[in-house]
Design a binder for this molecule. Structure first.
Ligand code: CMC
Length: 432
């Protein structure tokens, strides 16, 4: 293919063969390269999507330099202070805050779709007792694609809405079942009279042989954490859901792909890794040793819960969760807070270190969230599952936005091939 020189022009008024720049509402503009290959015979090369906008979206905005996070335009700090998780779910899905009637109808629908098919529950028996809960959740969410055939036409907006409600409503039930399976305790059925997070706590911690009362402080803390985790634009798991969903696959299968992507320690798995790291560090006097390990290029150790692809100043979610740690630990009457104190000290030391300052590495959402989960009695292996429950609305909102787009294309990146050139097959006796 012939190579033509190309030039960048501002706006859409340039010559047909030029690249154009598209402006969003806020944030950096993008260079539209969709015709680049057709007209110039080259691809763009951007491993890790460091400079690539993979889609157009109206859901969430992040300004990484200023530490701003907006859901449908609303600052996350305002939502954390004034809203609740289910209202935020409505906002992310519908694009606007609900009025009183809409809020009630939505909450009623979510709180009355909590049960899972009894046969789906039996899937858990196939897992070994020590299976990681994320493996179980990913497997069982994927298995949901074997159910609900009557409402699975992704071109039908009503079916898409039923799917959205089912995922948000049933994620806590599936997650609690994974927890109960790993502890060997009997599964606890959902209670539709409880709010979203109280029901989750009930399914986790109730046992049939005694009464269990949900601590409202714990449920409130969980609700706030869920608001902060609800969406984060085109992160790894959301992009995975979009990519899997772009083929028109069953949406439960696409969500299961998102759960799998979230599991990794560079993404949602970091909250579990932070707690393990803090326990490994043990005492403040060991911090310098671990800071040195994190800075050593020959050591694979990284300070978990530090750094972010987008936030280069501070993560607004981490700031809220750090304040919340103080309040929750106080309210729960916890005096034994060495892990929190260790985390505070680690943050303080790292933020005075040239390496972390120079590379703009700050605590992210996962640095403090595990401390709260631990205080609520949730085991480490379930931390990423909690993230998955909260993020399910983000995945669904992005999937909905993509499927509803009449110009949707299957996601199909290209590559820079650096393998062998064409060569002929060699008989085995001619090979080295
Ligand atoms: N500890 C030590 N060094 C770090 C760390 C860290 N946590 N994070 C980044 N760096 C260094 C990295 O070695 C690199 O150095 P150099 O330029 O000399 O090669 C530089 O900082 C840039 O890092 P990067 O890996 O190129 O940046 P990235 O944008 O690709 O990765 C990240 C972002 C979040 C994966 C990474 O910072 C990291 O691995 N952090 C620890 C894991 C973590 O906390 N993940 C949760 C992310 S927030 C929640 C979520 O997304 O789910």
């Amino acid at each position: 293919m012939s190579q033509k020189p190309f030039q960048l022009v501002d706006g859409n008024s340039g010559d047909a063969s030029d690249l154009s720049v598209k402006e969003g509402t806020i944030g950096p503009a993008v260079m539209d390269v969709t015709r680049l290959y057709k007209e110039h015979g080259v691809f763009t090369f951007d491993p890790g999507f460091v400079s690539t906008a993979s889609c157009e979206s109206q859901i969430t905005f992040i300004d990484g330099e200023k530490g701003i996070l907006l859901y449908r335009g609303y600052p996350v700090e305002q939502l954390a202070k004034n809203s609740n998780y289910l209202e935020v779910c409505y906002l992310l899905l519908a694009g606007e805050l609900p009025n009183a009637q809409q809020r009630e109808t939505f909450a009623h629908s979510i709180l009355h779709h909590t049960m899972i098919n009894e046969t789906l529950l039996r899937f858990f028996n196939g897992f070994h007792y020590n299976a990681h809960p994320m493996a179980m959740v990913s497997g069982v969410v994927g298995s949901m694609s074997a159910f609900y055939h009557d409402s699975m036409d992704i071109k039908n907006p009503e079916h898409r809405e039923i799917f959205a409600h089912r995922i948000i409503a049933k994620m806590p039930t599936i997650s609690a079942a994974a927890y109960k399976h790993s502890t060997g305790q009997p599964f606890v059925y959902p209670r539709n009279d409880l709010d979203y997070c109280s029901n989750l706590m009930h399914m986790f911690f109730a046992v049939p042989c005694e009464a269990y009362e949900v601590d409202p402080i714990a449920a409130e803390a969980l609700d706030l954490l869920f608001i902060l985790h609800a969406d984060h634009e085109q992160n790894c798991s959301t992009s995975t859901v979009r990519l899997a969903g772009s083929s028109g696959t069953n949406p439960y299968a696409a969500i299961a792909a998102g759960v799998s992507a979230l599991w990794g320690p560079a993404h949602g798995g970091a909250n579990e890794a932070v707690l393990k790291m803090l326990e490994q560090i043990g005492t403040p006097d060991a911090i310098p040793k671990y800071i040195a390990k994190a800075k050593d290029k020959d050591d694979p150790f990284r300070l978990m819960g530090f750094g972010h692809r987008v936030y280069k100043n501070f993560d607004p979610r981490a700031k809220i969760i750090r304040e919340m740690c103080h309040k929750v630990l106080d309210k729960l009457g916890r005096t034994d807070t060495p892990l929190f104190e260790l985390a505070l000290r680690l943050e303080e030391i790292a933020l005075q270190d040239d390496y972390f300052v120079g590379k703009k590495l700050y605590p992210n959402v996962d640095f403090y969230s595990g401390i709260i989960y631990k205080a609520l009695g949730i085991p480490k292996s379930m931390f990423t599952v909690m993230f998955a429950i909260a993020r399910s609305v983000g995945w669904v909102a992005h999937w909905q936005e993509m499927i509803a787009d009449p110009d949707r294309k299957i996601g199909r990146p290209r590559q820079l091939y650096t393998g062998p050139d064409r060569r002929d097959y060699l008989d085995i006796d001619k090979r080295a």
